[in-house]
Design a protein. Structure first.
Lengths: 506, 343
């Protein structure tokens, strides 16, 4: 039997009582693109960090081309020809592309860095792998997609034969994503091996040769991509069949509930972060804001909810001008808000579920009485919401910090949806959630829309925007480039707009 | 995968309470130190115990605990919300001087002068502390630094006022005139005066506010996650200012109680030597700002320090040892915290 390029045999990793990897076997052939799939907490990240030498397994072995290896660190793994591209890039933003790539392995001339040789080898490397970058560009000025190419080049420059890509498409536009897939295919054809960690089905179907599916720390299935279907993979991931399509009735649109008029946020000495944005969200509709992260969406939302002062323009909630109001007053006027970062903003991880679910409701009856807080009412609210939203938590006195991402998001959603406000702002509502939790949050949003709530949803996930929205706004460099109805929108046209290209008459 | 995964199943891991472990370690290390200096650790600890909690010593401990617990609250209130007030010394002397000045010069019947003195001391010191919060919220000066730095000019200016404009010229010492007897805090028994009751009442109020009020909920949640509190509609800037005012006001009250209850005049440099502020800060840190725990830690430190005096009297061991013990407790707790975070 020809040896596998990379193999994990019976890998076990425990964190206290939790079995993160339970006798995991993974075998990757040379030159293949191998997907590792699974829901959050299935053990993907643990397995990757073991393969890359960041952690050591409690039992089992890692084999490289048939020989057992014991990586003591990531440097050790790199020396053995491994490379990893993390979700969060590890680059020096103020340095140039070539400086980043050759860092710590600079070609030298005596004690000096041979800048010319370095530039040339980077240019040649980029050319050879069709990773189009300008070696002299400074990283700050480059788009996320290009930065990812630099990360890949960094690994290739260190002669990586095996590349681990950890959820690489999360930050990319569809066009950038397709470019990445091209690069992956090219690398694999050249004999390199790629481990592709993801939970997106269509990407697995598009680019991989084989799939290993993890659930609860165990390998539940191994499949050839050409012989399987998305439905089959989902069943393996979740252990049940999940509704992939979002069913929804036509929107019954009412009065405007949330309006922005020429809203602007200045950036010191540059283009405004939010550039005179105007739109209205009506009762009974979901308006999606599509866009690559960092094009002013977060700032726009902060200005809408009152966390950031606007430099111009106005905000109206249910017809009332709230531009001068603070967060509490806007909440009272009728804004519920599911923030982008549930752990840093949307919840207090060191506090219990009752405290978390009461925030924003603590000043008025039944929880607030004059200056006092009614702890019984607080507990009762939590005990009502926990089963209603299926939050898996021991009780309302348990800290929310130990919850999984999906459960924590349910806590945030439960609190905000229990706020009977005419307008709901949902920012990246399913980021990082697994299929089951995503399905749940989506069905909740649709239900709220059908109850007549106005929902503004901001998402970097085009499939989510397309599935839920009745109307789609595309945001690019602080401006709204387009306002299209869901029927007219397609992934291609939105993708182009997200990359800043104005729609061509079509 | 992070360390959090370990307790995802919801079962708390069995662990001795950190404070108890730290105390045990401190006792062991302290014992070794005493042994190394050629004395008997058991005898020393016995003296500390009898000298603090014995029947005859208890009033002394309570008397020492009054300002120390007061200053513990000064540190614990902002700490509950994730803020630190290092300016307790300055706020305390401002309160003390204001109380002395009011009690000596206010032409009012004694008890009224005393009450006015207490209130004025609290307001003056509270406003001074709130200035640090205003500096942070308006001008971005970190409160950690400004509250400490504002302490020094306060101490200096107060010292000047006592040495020159308000000096009691009949004595050679830097002190104000004596407060008339009618304006002093009444004694309860032995060395104890009404100041103890005032601090007990303030402590009870702080615990009540923390447990049962909207203000307490908002402060506690700010301490857990400031951005979450802001997202939930808590007005963070106003909250910081109010919290610092309350913290400073208690520091001023402590200064006033010392002046009106035991010294009966403002004597320069006597407020800072016992370092109530720093013992109080340590007690508050020990409990992470949680008021009941902080108050217990404050009482414990007061007992330890009072016992230290007794130990010094009865054995050859200097009372500095008790401060060493106190520091070891803190160090062990700090070590356990950081280890716990990394594992």
């Amino acid at each position: 039997m020809a040896a596998f390029e990379l193999e994990a045999r019976g890998v076990v990793k425990r964190y206290g009582a939790l079995l993160a990897n339970d006798h995991v076997d993974l075998a990757v052939e040379r030159g293949e693109i191998h997907a590792v799939m699974g829901e959050n907490g299935a053990g993907k990240s643990t397995l990757m960090s073991i393969l890359y030498g960041l952690q050591r397994p409690d039992e089992g072995a890692v084999l490289l081309r048939g020989a057992e290896v014991h990586f003591r660190s990531a440097l050790d793994a790199i020396a053995h020809g491994m490379g990893m591209v993390h979700q969060a890039f590890k680059l020096f933003n103020s340095l140039t592309v070539w400086e980043n790539i050759v860092y710590a392995r600079e070609p030298r001339r005596g004690p000096f860095v041979d800048r010319r040789a370095a530039r040339q080898s980077v240019a040649a490397l980029a050319e050879r792998h069709r990773l189009n970058v300008d070696p002299d560009a400074v990283v700050t000025k480059l788009s996320v997609g290009v930065r990812q190419r630099i990360e890949i080049l960094k690994a290739l420059y260190r002669e990586a034969q095996i590349l681990i890509l950890d959820e690489p498409t999360a930050v990319l536009t569809p066009q950038e994503r397709d470019g990445l897939f091209e690069v992956m295919r090219h690398l694999a054809a050249g004999g390199r091996t790629i481990l592709f960690v993801t939970h997106k089905l269509n990407e697995v179907m598009a680019v991989t040769d084989r799939v290993t599916v993890l659930r609860d720390g165990r390998v539940v299935d191994r499949m050839r991509t050409s012989e399987t279907s998305p439905r089959e993979i989902i069943r393996a991931m979740t252990g049940r069949s999940v509704n992939l399509k979002v069913d929804k009735a036509p929107a019954r649109i009412g009065a405007p509930a949330l309006e922005a008029v020429d809203l602007a946020i200045a950036a010191p000495g540059g283009k405004p972060t939010v550039d005179k944005v105007s739109f209205a969200v009506h009762a009974g509709e979901i308006v999606g804001i599509a866009g690559v992260a960092g094009n002013g969406q977060s700032e726009l939302v902060e200005a809408l909810v009152g966390l950031r002062p606007a430099d111009g323009g106005s905000v109206k909630v249910a017809g009332r001008d709230v531009t001068a109001a603070d967060v509490a007053e806007r909440r009272a006027a009728g804004i519920a808000y599911i923030p982008e970062d549930r752990a840093a903003v949307g919840a207090a991880l060191g506090a219990n579920a009752a405290d978390n679910l009461a925030m924003g409701f603590h000043r008025s009856a039944p929880i607030g009485h004059g200056a006092l807080i009614d702890r019984k009412a607080m507990g009762a609210k939590a005990r009502a919401l926990i089963p209603k939203f299926g939050i898996k938590i021991a009780g309302e006195r348990s800290l929310v910090g130990s919850l999984s991402g999906g459960n924590l998001q349910k806590v945030v959603a439960a609190r905000e949806l229990s706020h009977e406000a005419p307008a709901l702002i949902a920012e990246q509502p399913t980021r990082g959630l697994d299929v089951g939790a995503t399905e749940f949050i989506h069905s909740q949003l649709i239900a709220e829309r059908d109850k007549g709530r106005a929902i503004l949803m901001i998402s970097a996930e085009l499939s989510e925007i397309l599935a839920l929205s009745d109307r789609i706004l595309v945001m690019y460099e602080g401006r709204i480039l387009a306002d299209v109805s869901a029927e007219e929108a397609s992934e291609e046209t939105l993708g182009l707009l997200m990359a800043g290209r104005e729609p061509v008459a079509a | 995968m992070s360390a959090r995964a370990a307790d995802r199943d919801g079962r708390p891991r069995l662990r001795a309470p950190p404070a108890a472990v730290a105390l045990l370690f401190a006792a062991l290390v302290g014992g070794a130190l005493i042994l190394a200096s050629g004395a008997n650790p058991l005898l020393a600890y016995y003296q500390i115990l009898v000298g603090s909690l014995g029947w005859g010593a208890l009033p002394d401990t309570l008397n020492w605990a009054t300002p120390l617990v007061g200053m513990t609250l000064v540190a614990a209130i902002p700490l509950r919300g994730g803020m630190i007030n290092l300016g307790g010394d300055g706020q305390m002397v401002i309160g003390a001087l204001v109380a002395a000045a009011v009690a000596v010069y206010l032409p009012a019947p004694g008890p009224i002068a005393a009450i006015v003195a207490l209130i004025a001391a609290g307001i003056a010191a509270g406003l001074y502390a709130a200035l640090a919060a205003w500096g942070e919220t308006r001008h971005g000066i970190p409160m950690l630094i400004s509250s400490l730095l504002m302490s020094y000019p306060a101490i200096g200016v107060v010292s000047y006022i006592v040495r020159f404009p308000l000096r009691d010229t009949t004595t050679g010492l830097p002190q104000t005139s004596m407060i008339p007897e009618s304006a002093r805090l009444p004694t309860i028994a032995g060395p104890l005066n009404v100041g103890l009751l005032i601090i007990v009442a303030v402590a009870a109020l702080v615990v009540f506010v923390d447990r049962a009020t909207i203000v307490g909920y908002e402060l506690r949640l700010r301490g857990v996650n400031k951005r979450f509190a802001g997202y939930g509609g808590v007005r963070l800037d106003a909250q910081a200012t109010r919290v610092m005012f309350a913290s400073g006001a208690i520091a001023g009250l402590v200064g006033a109680i010392i002046v009106l209850g035991s010294q009966f005049r403002f004597i320069d440099e006597t407020f800072l030597t016992p370092s109530y502020t720093w013992s109080g800060l340590m007690a508050a840190l020990l409990a992470g700002g949680e008021p009941v725990g902080a108050i217990a830690a404050g009482v414990f430190f007061a007992a330890l320090q009072t016992g230290g005096f007794a130990m010094q009297r009865e054995t050859s061991i200097p009372r500095v040892l008790t401060l060493v013990l106190q520091s070891i407790v803190i160090l062990f707790l700090a070590v356990r915290h950081s280890v716990g975070r990394r594992a």
